[in-house]
Design a protein around this ligand. Structure first.
Ligand code: ZN
Length: 335
């Protein structure tokens, strides 16, 4: 296969702190010989594991980029054993536009793996992670939040995997991250995800959903900053004491956890995130907006659980995910 068109202005094998770019040529109207410039920081100190930290895989999710731009300016080489690679804005064109997908090609980076060196800009970014960055990494932390259309109870998560040793290490790092909620996920549609690419390569992969609505709160940002540091300490890459936090473990075992809209309209929630809801309970009403005098449509949840994620904007369309409920489970990291 042809080489990646991306070049790094940093040397991933040099000791010390380097700030630079992943430079991807992109010829366009306003820059004939221009490039997409993805900021990267490498902090290396001798031999040890490599942690790859990524934000803005989706461009409208902010806790990860805040935590990682902050870490990149503050982490010192003498605090590290091994290597930390920090990429706060993985899909830089999407991040710069404040959109989930890339404004260049509408590419959803988290559905573009393994990517292509001769594909779209988004596919070229995915290919560089697939063939250059993931092979260097032992541990990957990929930050997500709800973006402009979803809102979540703040959680850190890892996947149920066929390799139980890989799964156990991922759950150990989720526990160390210390978000208010921790989730074991069974991915139903995993094709093209960064998660799957990393896990198939044997990497320990941890992700988050820390809030949403296209912004970040003080509380969810603090969870991201503390969790990132805790994970690096637990992975043996950064020295220090874990700032241990209580967490509640959740599971979303099947499709009944998800409630989708079949109508367009104005949404009235009848419960809030963090509420316990019973099977058959009305979680939202959708009011048709074209005329007055019409009754709303009731959306009922198909299973009992904790109201964990919801649609964020005030108007919904058919097919929108309106609500997600989760089971409470015992801590899988306690034998
Ligand atoms: Zn996301």
């Amino acid at each position: 296969m042809r080489a990646s068109p991306v070049t790094a202005t940093v040397d991933f094998n040099a000791d010390g702190v380097q700030h630079g770019f992943l430079k991807l040529p992109y010829s366009r109207d306003d820059a004939a010989w221009g490039s997409v410039m993805i900021p990267v920081t490498v902090v290396r100190n001798g031999v040890g594991p490599t942690a790859l930290l990524t934000g803005a895989n989706h461009g409208d999710e902010y806790e990860g980029p805040i935590a990682l731009f902050d870490l990149a300016r503050s982490l010192r080489a003498d605090q590290v054993t091994g290597r930390v690679i920090i990429i706060p804005a993985m899909n830089q064109p999407a991040f710069a536009a404040g959109t989930r997908t890339s404004p260049i090609d509408r590419g959803n980076l988290n559905r573009s793996f393994p990517g292509r060196p001769d594909g779209t800009v988004t596919e070229k970014i995915a290919d560089y992670f697939q063939r250059v960055l993931l092979p260097m990494a032992d541990v990957v932390l990929d930050f997500h939040s709800g973006g402009k259309t979803l809102d979540f109870l703040p959680f850190c998560a890892a996947h149920i995997l066929p390799d139980k040793a890989q799964e156990a290490e991922a759950f150990r790092l989720v526990r160390a991250f210390g978000a208010p909620y921790s989730v074991q996920m069974l991915e139903i549609d995993a094709v093209g995800m960064f998660d799957t690419a990393a896990e198939d390569m044997g990497r320990v992969f941890v992700t988050t959903e820390l809030g949403g609505g296209g912004t970040a709160s003080a509380r969810t940002t603090e969870i991201a900053v503390r969790g990132c540091r805790n994970l690096l300490i637990a992975a043996g890459v950064v020295a220090g004491e874990i700032d241990a936090q209580p967490t509640e473990w959740l599971d979303m075992p099947d499709g009944a956890c998800f409630t989708f809209a079949q109508d367009a309209g104005l949404i009235r929630f009848c419960a809030d995130l963090g509420d316990w809801v019973e099977q058959g309970q009305t979680i939202a009403l959708i009011y048709p907006t074209g005329r007055t005098g019409v009754d709303p449509v009731a959306l009922r949840v198909a299973r009992t659980g904790l109201f964990t994620a919801r649609h964020f904007p005030g108007l919904v369309k058919p097919g929108d995910c309106v609500a997600v409920v989760a089971d409470k489970i015992t801590d899988p990291t306690v034998a």
